[in-house]
Ligand binder design. Structure first.
Ligand code: NAI
Length: 390
């Protein structure tokens, strides 16, 4: 058992999940929230999860008790004093996060590492207001944190790179798969995944196919959920907000332009499962049953969307956002893609991917479809993406 203590601020969906991960790995956890109610709800939910795991024989009653006892919950931030690391998972607002980090800095020792679970804010911007900006980095977990293996490790411009090594080792010890990402909009997953939604929405906007047909086509090539089912699950409001933030952060690059259809769904209050209606209807708690088998004539759909996803990955690789191996791990472990996008490109054939993009570019004349230079280079030289030894 570890005698290290991690502080986690925010006992919502993410903070509670991260607390469970750390406690399962033997760390002592101090979970802080400004709301006593949120803390109680978090404790109740963990008790329920443990109960289910015990019933399924995946956890013993003794381990469950010890794990739950390792989590101390409080509204009092000053309890964080003995922590080796504090992870922040509160509301996605830079001012609130900066204020909380300043309060934390007043309490913890100078050796304490600070981490943010932000999905969309600049880690560099967050660090800038700290007394010791070199001690902050991003540790971006995925929802639900106990089940999703990926953690994006994101050093800010100011970060002491020794922290990256330590946190990467800690995340591995917590049973996670850490990948190193540059502090750029959307980091890896939220950047590379944009066309999964954006291109699907574009196809439906043009009435070339229905949401059910697009979902069927994508599930037909191994995605666990189609884009529309997934947007309904995430919530159209949440998904739209991420797209808008990535679009703005990239200075309105048309490749990331949000969809007017999705905006209309948000305006209508058709947010997805949580409102009973999104691209599908979820009446009386019944999940919809979209077509699950892709038929031959739906192949163009997945080819168009996957080509756009590959283009995004190729662009991220050209810009050194992450290594090829980490880009692949991010999509397979963070959002359960059936295979890495670069491996997919190699399998499909780089010239075929390039041809797909050039056809779209020619047809629409939009910058959105411009092929990544790396795809052209590889095609010209009859090469493939180098995915290393893994
Ligand atoms: P949430 O809304 O479920 O929980 C946030 C919690 O923070 C609430 O319990 C709230 O009472 C507490 N809180 C807010 N301000 C506080 C303050 N000043 N001091 C102490 N506690 C405070 O939010 P969620 O979904 O857990 O997200 C948290 C963070 O994680 C955000 O930065 C979000 O962008 C990020 N994130 C969310 C993911 C998701 O799928 N929900 C995935 C990855 C990252």
């Amino acid at each position: 058992m570890s005698n290290l203590i991690v502080g986690i601020i925010g006992a919502g969906a993410m903070g509670s999940g991260i607390a469970q991960v750390a406690a399962q790995a033997g760390w002592n956890v101090i979970l802080i929230d400004q709301s006593q109610e949120a803390l109680e709800k978090s404790a109740d939910q963990l008790a329920k999860v443990c109960h289910r795991l015990i019933e399924k024989d995946r956890l013993t009653a003794q381990t469950s008790k010890a794990m739950q006892e390792r989590i101390l919950r409080s509204t009092n931030l000053s309890l964080l004093a003995p922590c080796s690391m504090v992870i922040e998972a509160i509301i996605e607002n830079i001012d609130v996060k900066q204020t909380v980090f300043s309060s934390v800095e007043n309490v913890v020792s100078t050796e304490c590492i600070l981490a943010t679970n932000t999905s969309s804010l600049s880690v560099t911007g967050l660090a800038s207001k700290l007394e010791h900006p070199e001690r902050l980095l991003g540790l971006h977990f995925f929802n639900p944190a106990p089940l999703m293996q990926l953690v994006e490790v994101i050093p800010a411009m100011q970060t002491d790179l020794d922290l990256v090594k330590r946190c990467t080792a800690w995340m591995t010890a917590w049973g996670k798969v850490p990948v190193l990402a540059k502090d750029t909009p959307g980091f890896i997953v939220n950047r590379l995944a944009r066309p999964f939604y954006g291109e699907a929405l574009r196809i439906v906007e043009e009435e070339l196919a229905t949401p059910a047909q697009v979902d069927a086509a994508m599930k037909g090539v191994g995605f666990r959920m189609g884009p529309f089912e997934l947007m309904d699950l995430i919530g159209n409001d949440v998904n739209y907000a991420v797209t808008v933030s990535v679009f703005e952060a990239f200075y309105y690059d048309p490749r990331y332009r949000p969809s007017l259809i999705q905006k209309k769904y948000v305006e209508a209050g058709w947010l997805g499962r949580k409102t009973g209606r999104g691209y599908y209807r979820y009446e009386a708690g019944l999940a919809p049953s979209p077509i699950t088998e892709a038929t031959e004539d739906l192949h163009w759909i997945h080819q168009r969307i996957v080509a756009m996803l590959i283009n995004e990955a190729a662009d991220a690789l050209s810009l050194r956002i992450a290594s090829a191996q980490d880009l692949e791990l991010a999509m397979t472990r963070g959002v359960n893609y059936p295979k890495g996008l670069l491996a997919w490109a190699n399998e499909w054939g780089i010239p075929a991917v390039l041809d797909q993009l050039q056809t779209l570019h020619h047809r629409y004349g939009e910058d959105r479809y411009r092929p990544a230079p790396m795809l052209r280079d590889l095609a010209e030289n009859k090469l493939q993406f180098d995915l290393g030894a893994s």
